[in-house]
Design a protein around this ligand. Structure first.
Ligand code: BTN
Length: 248
């Protein structure tokens, strides 16, 4: 890790958000924390053309090559709402925007994957920071050979556009869609999210915690966004998004 301070090269306004654009950062989630600490703005978004330490959920890496994806973070200043709802809030906002580009069916894989054609198009990383919460969104736009084999990019769905035009347009749409979705009640967000989930009530799933695989049947989404699952011994457990991932 270097100690070099990232420097933004452009600052724009989208709605009432201050959007800081970078060529490269370690991670937009990390950079937004740094800007927060400098009290730069309470309505902050950071977007970068590249991340050299992009972070995924559960300490995974998020491969973020140059000019290939949307890598952006939102600061929800002094957020007092339910954090478990945010992956769904961001997920349905992303899908609403993506549907404007392609007729393919987009899905949410609990809790934070954006799926199309059974492959991963994007992911959402929610982090608490002091009194606030950060929503980090990564969406693969233009195919890069470093993307994992399990991933897909928007250009593979016949969306052919110049990277920056596509990225900037998608970002703008997302800013408005996230603002709009933030006004919804949790109940409404969960109702919408249920329709997009890859795993529906009654489905058999495998999930992983601390490298151990468990089998269970989906019971449903609970009010705080956790997934209720009935284990083989009939015990019902509640999976929270910070600890688990679904294998299939
Ligand atoms: C996941 O699927 O595990 C979540 C991936 C989240 C990636 C985004 S890219 C923008 C933001 N900055 C990061 O370092 N991660 C998130």
């Amino acid at each position: 890790m270097t100690n070099t301070v990232n420097s933004w090269n452009k600052k724009i306004k989208i709605g009432d958000w201050d959007v800081f654009q970078y060529e490269i950062v370690n991670s937009t989630n990390e950079e937004i924390k740094r800007l927060y600490d400098e009290s730069i703005s309470k309505k902050l978004i950071v977007v970068s053309n590249e991340q050299n330490q992009g972070k995924g959920r559960l300490k995974r890496k998020w491969i973020s090559p140059k000019n290939s994806g949307l890598y952006a973070s939102w600061l929800l200043y002094n957020y007092e709402g339910e954090i478990g709802i945010l992956p769904f809030l961001a997920g349905i906002a992303c899908i609403k925007c993506l549907e404007k580009y392609s007729r393919e069916q987009f899905f949410l894989k609990w809790p934070n994957d954006l799926i199309v054609k059974n492959k991963k198009l994007g992911g959402i990383l929610i982090e608490k920071y002091k009194d606030s919460v950060i929503i980090g969104i990564g969406i693969n736009l233009i195919y890069d050979q470093n993307f994992p084999a399990t991933s897909v990019s928007l250009d593979m769905l016949n969306v052919s556009r110049d990277f920056k035009l596509l990225r900037d347009e998608l970002l703008e749409k997302l800013v408005f869609e996230i603002d709009n979705t933030l006004k919804f009640e949790n109940k409404h967000i969960l109702e919408k999210a249920r329709k997009y989930l890859t795993t529906q009530k009654g489905e058999l799933i495998q999930f992983i915690k601390d490298n151990v695989i468990f089998n269970g049947k989906v019971v449903g989404l609970s009010g705080n966004g956790s997934l209720s699952v009935e284990l083989e011994n009939k015990k019902i457990v509640s999976l929270n998004s910070e600890e688990f991932s679904i294998k299939k």
